[in-house]
Design a protein around this ligand. Sequence first.
Ligand SMILES: Cc1cc2nc3c(=O)[nH]c(=O)nc-3n(C[C@H](O)[C@H](O)[C@H](O)COP(=O)(O)OP(=O)(O)OC[C@H]3O[C@@H](n4cnc5c(N)ncnc54)[C@H](O)[C@@H]3O)c2cc1C
Length: 289
Amino acid sequence: MSRISGAPFGARTTYRVGGTAAQTVEVSTVLELVEAVDAAASGPVYVLGRGSNTLVADRGFDGTVIHLGEAFATIDIDEGSATVTAGAAADLPVVARRSVEAGLTGFEWAVGVPGTIGGAVRMNAGGHGSDLATSLQSADVLDLITGTTTTWKRNELRFAYRSSAIEPHHLVLAVTLSLSPGDVDLGREALREIVRWRREHQPGGANCGSVFTNPVGDSAGRLIEELGLKGRRRGTAMVSEKHANFIQADTGGSADDVDALMAEIASEVAASTGVRLVSEVRRVGFEER
Ligand SMILES: Cc1cc2nc3c(=O)[nH]c(=O)nc-3n(C[C@H](O)[C@H](O)[C@H](O)COP(=O)(O)OP(=O)(O)OC[C@H]3O[C@@H](n4cnc5c(N)ncnc54)[C@H](O)[C@@H]3O)c2cc1C
């Protein structure tokens, strides 16, 4: 376990912009989880996965970042029962590829989502017609307030579109996924097709995927594109030319520029269409909007 003061936080997100955290707790073993519980007692905490859905304000976060190390990235596959048990720090694309190689199907969608299992539970990440809720059987969750770990069944997680019952004081430790027997070659082909589709439709560079959730029955990207906002720039942040619901940050840029551009887009969409766009990205250290 290590406890670090003033460690980079924004730099550990896929946006690669934003400030530091007052304190960071790196948890390397199950025994060290007690440090995470101690940290939670002293103020706000933010559990960090890969930071692929996190935007940290330039002024930083006045709280504790908790990060699970490699010991929590294990992936165990039981082909017989078609179940996968994965640690919360396991990367989604790795779980997707390992499942396919084990002859299982149902998790291919995750190959293009650059986050962890833990982040995917909190967000109910999804794509290509599926989401985490579809295959999740149960999750082991540590309550950072009470210090107790319990196994939550899928219905207890109350999954909905890009949301779940996981709150900031919950630390997902591991999940069990229920998949189906599949064909390895078909699975590999599905992975290739998803990766190809993503390269064609989504930009590279520093971003967090979609910044806004889709309004019911519509697409945030469509609404933004129809207003001609692709390419709109605010300082070091720009609406992607390739996908209107992606905002890209320049190298060495500012998280506050990204956030200001989000506010500008939401305000223009609301003024022209009446639709109130809701942030999908977790904003940390910013004023509430
Ligand atoms: C290029 C790109 C494409 C993307 N495409 C998609 C997509 O198709 N579909 C989609 O849904 N998302 C997509 N995303 C967003 C993102 O990858 C997902 O939301 C992912 O699940 C976030 O995982 P993370 O580990 O990076 O979470 P983080 O950004 O680290 O955290 C996100 C949230 O989860 C919480 N969290 C993280 N780990 C834990 C844990 N162990 N226990 C409890 N809470 C935790 C955090 O506190 C925070 O609230 C994309 C992002 C990028 C950069």
